[in-house]
Design a protein around this ligand. Structure first.
Ligand code: ATP
Ligand code: ZN
Ligand code: MG
Ligand code: MG
Length: 475
């Protein structure tokens, strides 16, 4: 990519979140992730070009030096900051504007700094085998997978019902979504295949912004916010079917819709339980006891568990994300007083902000501060700052996305694995799900600002009181 010869015609709209807009290259497996800011400020950028550059460099550093040490390097692509010609960025913003969903247009793309984050395109990976079949990529934003057990939690309901499920009630009550999702993160993170299957089925039924499918780099399945329509399952099945015909079904393609969906979910569960990619999964690794935690809001019927489970494999992406989320040991209610301690100290000694690395740099020293945090509160500002740092890392892990890229293995490759005739016979009689090569990545690992902590406390209170007011009564 030659930065001085950028042409907006080589790039197309790919997607966006709350804080950034992403464009993908039409030919190479690359994306540019650009910052967004509130539309009211469109004439008046909230930060200088230097500040924008620093912000994106902070994202890269946080991802590569901090998050990757918790989540595992193999899952992380931190990318690099690039300086783009302003004319290119302006043309690009005009080009993508009409493709942006209306409900995201309260924010505008930053066209003033010329800075962006350049990343590999995880929805069109150059997987090892050249193939004619486009890869199928599934993006899951799993959210928080455990119930708080901190003694600082003041409302009993928070120890029984997970944050995601309570937040669903709040979002429906406030009109953000028409219907509640029955997905519960505790089921996904359980390591129990049945519960995971159940969780993914509900992600498919009500994707909201927690589930998307890309085929050959194009988003083919997602929720349309504000729309009354439920998602089009038939359209999804139409995309999935060719990937899931296998064994005897390759010859006789009478697979029912239900079987296609079940196989797809099973492939996804395998990828999420595996060690990250390259293979077919199924490698035996240490298992780290099943989270005994159940969310009272989950509609999964506990009696349905037929097989006990050994929990998530310690090398799996879900295990790593969950462990990182659990750096939030105090819950926002226990953390907030420590935030206040730091804030008060900074009020008295503003220059100490740099020394405490409140806004980075996110380097080795930052990582060390949060890893060497004493277990007991010694009343110091250093302890408070380290707990705040830990909480911010946990927040990032509660907000990240997982991208699973699937590439069907050709019949020849499958045959390589053993005696071809045996394999075919086995396929014929066992109708096991088809084999895929897969790779798993984690994206969206931005540091959450120090200043967002009071907002987190208020949101927590609003969600809990909304739930208690409505008694969980919902359509
Ligand atoms: P959020 O609101 O979830 O915090 P965000 O504004 O931080 O989102 P991202 O989640 O990083 O932005 O990116 C928005 C979307 O762009 C993602 O959900 C994903 O679909 C797509 N995307 C981001 N990075 C990549 C990548 N490297 N390859 C492919 N697609 C990507
Ligand atoms: Zn739940
Ligand atoms: Mg995101
Ligand atoms: Mg984000």
């Amino acid at each position: 990519m030659e930065l001085d010869k950028m042409d907006e015609n080589d790039w197309k709209y790919h997607g966006e979140g709350n804080k950034s807009l992403v464009v993908s290259h039409v030919q190479f497996s690359r994306v540019l992730r650009l910052l967004k800011y509130p539309a009211e400020d469109s004439e008046n950028p909230p930060q200088t070009a230097e500040q924008a550059f620093r912000q994106i460099q902070n994202i890269v550093d946080f991802s590569s030096n901090v998050m990757s040490s918790f989540l595992g390097e193999k899952f992380i692509h931190s990318g690099e900051v690039v300086k783009l010609p302003l004319e290119f960025v302006r043309q690009l913003s005009i080009k993508v504007q009409h493709q942006r969903p209306a409900w995201r247009c309260d924010k505008v793309m930053d066209i003033y700094s010329g800075c962006a984050l350049c990343l590999p395109n995880l929805t069109s990976p150059g997987l090892h085998q050249p193939t004619h079949t486009p890869p199928l990529c599934i993006e899951i934003k799993p959210k928080c997978g455990f119930l708080p057990s901190s003694k600082h939690v003041s409302k009993d309901i928070k120890t029984k019902m997970c944050r995601f499920c309570m937040h669903q009630h709040y979002k429906v009550a406030n009109g953000k979504w028409k219907r509640r999702s029955l997905y519960c993160p505790l089921d996904l993170f359980s390591g129990n295949r049945q519960r995971m299957h159940f969780a993914i089925r509900h992600l498919i039924e009500e994707p909201q912004n927690n589930f998307k499918i890309f085929k050959g780099g194009q988003c083919v399945y997602s929720s349309k916010e504000g729309s009354d329509d439920s998602v089009d399952l038939n359209c999804l099945l139409h995309h999935l079917r060719p990937y899931l015909l296998h064994g005897n079904n390759r010859i006789n393609s009478h697979m029912t819709n239900k079987a296609v969906l079940n196989d797809f979910i099973q492939v996804l569960v395998n990828a999420l339980m595996g060690g990250g990619g390259g293979g077919e999964g199924g490698v035996v690794m240490d298992r780290c006891g099943e989270g005994r935690s159940f969310c009272e809001a989950s509609v999964f019927n506990k009696e349905r568990i037929r097989h006990g489970s050994q929990g998530l494999p310690s090398e799996s992406v879900l295990f790593r994300i969950l462990q990182t989320q659990k750096l939030d040991t105090l819950d926002i209610e226990g953390l907030y007083p420590l935030y206040r301690r730091v804030e008060q100290y900074l009020h008295d000694f503003p220059k100490e902000r740099t020394c405490l690395q409140i806004d980075g740099p996110y380097n080795e020293a930052f990582l060390e501060k949060l890893q060497k945090c004493p277990t007991e509160d010694d009343g110091s500002v250093e302890y408070a700052a380290a707990k705040v740092h830990q909480y911010r890392v946990a927040m990032t892990a509660k907000d990240c996305s997982i991208m699973v890229a699937l590439l069907p293995r050709s019949e020849e490759e499958e045959d390589d694995e053993g005696l071809p005739s045996q394999r075919r016979l086995k396929d014929f009689i066992s109708s096991r799900p088809p084999a895929f090569s897969y790779s798993v990545s984690i994206l969206d690992l931005d540091p959450k600002p120090f200043e967002s902590i009071p907002f987190q406390l208020r949101l927590d209170q609003k969600i809990v009181s909304c739930y208690q007011r409505t008694g969980g009564a919902l359509p």
